[in-house]
Design a protein around this ligand. Structure first.
Ligand SMILES: [Zn+2]
Length: 229
């Protein structure tokens, strides 16, 4: 089914909670309270150089459904909810009231074309708004780019995945100037082995900045899903 068609069906069908099907709500408060529980994330094995990372919840159930619907089905109505969750994770990894710079992990050009936009950049923008509403200076700096296209990570072992992503990101050298006096937080939707965040952090550290990371959801069962960038 094309993305357009699925978006059209989503628009026409009456909406109900992704968890319990209660009508007229994208995700009801009860289902959301059960999934949005920020916690530190540390995969096992943990890749050397993984920045301190918080996730908003387990990549399972309603949270997983919501992430996939926003990412692959164009359900932009779920962005505020996911941004609120990500804001909680960001606040945990970068406590205090100081300025926050959010650096979204970039998607491949093919994924951006397929999805009709860069969902992580949109989610980061919305998260910056949430932080601002909470009285915290925040901005999005798309300081990372892919220097080559990695293979699809589905089916790769942790070691193969690490090799596949080795040196794949480059950072804008200007990021050190922009990040002066602010907390820089890498943001992603799903963290699995931690390889992506580790490589992204490495590129940023090469520019002389300190990095922490936050994701909407974390899972150790990274092989179960097709997690394309
Ligand atoms: Zn519900």
């Amino acid at each position: 089914m094309t993305r357009f068609l699925s978006a059209l069906i989503d628009a026409v069908l009456p909406r109900s909670c992704l968890g319990c099907q209660r009508p007229d709500v994208a995700v009801c408060a009860t289902c959301w309270a059960a999934v949005a529980q920020p916690r530190a994330f540390r995969p096992d094995p943990c890749p050397p150089g993984l920045p301190p990372t918080f996730v908003a919840g387990e990549y399972d159930g309603v949270l997983r459904t919501a992430v996939l619907a926003a990412k692959e089905r164009g359900r932009s109505d779920l962005l505020p909810l996911l941004a609120a969750a990500l804001t909680g994770a960001v606040a945990n990894v970068a406590p205090g009231a100081g300025a926050v710079l959010l650096v979204p992990v970039p998607s491949t050009p093919a994924a951006v074309r397929r999805r009709g936009g860069d969902h992580m950049r949109a989610l980061a923008r919305r998260t910056a708004l949430e932080l601002q509403h909470a009285g915290r200076p925040a901005a999005v700096v798309p300081a990372l780019r892919l220097v080559r296209t990695p293979l699809d990570s589905a089916g790769l072992t942790a070691a193969e995945r690490a090799r596949n992503l080795d040196g794949v990101f480059a950072a804008d050298v200007d990021v050190a100037r922009l990040a002066a006096g602010a907390r820089l937080v890498l943001v992603d939707d799903v963290v699995t082995t931690g390889t992506t965040l580790t490589q992204a952090a490495r590129a940023l550290r090469a520019c002389g900045v300190r990095v922490s990371a936050a994701a909407v959801a974390g899972t150790a069962r990274w092989h179960r899903d097709r997690l394309s960038r």
